[in-house]
Design a protein around this ligand. Structure first.
Ligand code: BGC
Length: 245
């Protein structure tokens, strides 16, 4: 069984067919750069291009970096504001000619990590974070994955936490690993105080460099890098698409 996973991020739209038995890509990933100016219509066109690239006819899962309710996109903090209110299943379904399941990007990553990766067989309370342009958050407990929006937790001077602790903030302010690590430590500390996870899985591209900043975090919970790294968004989107009928 295969499904096509599409992961929309702050700087690119990426897709690959996924072998759901193994959780691995069944073909090389296709990646197209985007930015905040990319409109829903253009993004849909790019999703169509990805589906055509793989000559895809089956189910497609799309992970979007914003709150999603049902198929409807509710927020778009780091992408075009015109996404807000869009029915993603219709938008991307029309463009690809396939059945589309919409979800939050961190939710997709969490589904993949809990099934194939760092959270496999773990039944306690796990918190998954993705550190990229924004900060994605999701809880998993006894096989149920719940997307959250804790990247928008009010932080210093009421600003969204993700403006301080995302990978984008690290790049923008040119922070050292230690400086960024200390910011993450405070943020993770606050999340632990409120959520009491037993396992914290850190994803996003930067999870490949976890040994540079994990030492600063001092979490109570067991802290592990995502095993699927930044493939998790694509893999989880495909998995959800295959499982939602
Ligand atoms: C969005 C979340 C998303 C996260 C990571 C945040 O700005 O609000 O929905 O999961 O970025 O992309």
């Amino acid at each position: 069984m295969k499904a096509l996973g599409i992961d929309i991020g702050g700087s690119a739209i990426k897709g690959a067919p996924v072998d759901l038995k193994t959780g691995r890509f069944a073909a090389e990933r296709c990646r197209i750069e985007i930015d905040r100016e990319t409109t829903p219509a253009t993004m849909a066109g790019l999703a169509g291009e990805i589906a055509r690239h793989f000559r895809w006819r089956g189910p497609i899962g799309v992970g979007f970096p914003g709150a999603v309710q049902g198929a409807r996109i509710r927020t778009s903090a780091n992408l075009h504001p015109r996404f807000v209110g869009c029915d993603g299943a219709k938008l991307f379904g029309r463009a690809t000619g396939c059945r589309v399941t919409m979800m939050n990007d961190a939710e997709a990553a969490a589904c993949a990590e809990m099934r194939y990766g760092a959270g496999r067989d773990f039944m306690g309370k796990a918190l998954l974070l993705t550190l990229g342009t924004g900060v994605g958050t999701c809880l998993a407990y006894r096989g149920v994955v719940v997307p959250l929006e804790l990247g928008h937790f009010p932080w210093k001077r009421g600003k969204d936490a993700e403006k301080h602790v995302s990978m984008a903030a690290r790049d923008k302010e040119d922070l050292s690993w230690a400086e960024w690590g200390r910011r993450l430590r405070d943020f993770f500390g606050e999340l632990e105080r409120l959520l009491w996870p037993e396992l914290i899985i850190v994803g996003g591209g930067v999870s490949a460099k976890h040994e540079k900043f994990f030492q600063y975090l001092h979490t109570r919970a067991r802290l592990v890098p995502a095993r699927l790294r930044n493939q998790a968004g694509i893999v989880g989107a495909a998995l959800r698409a295959a499982e939602s009928r």
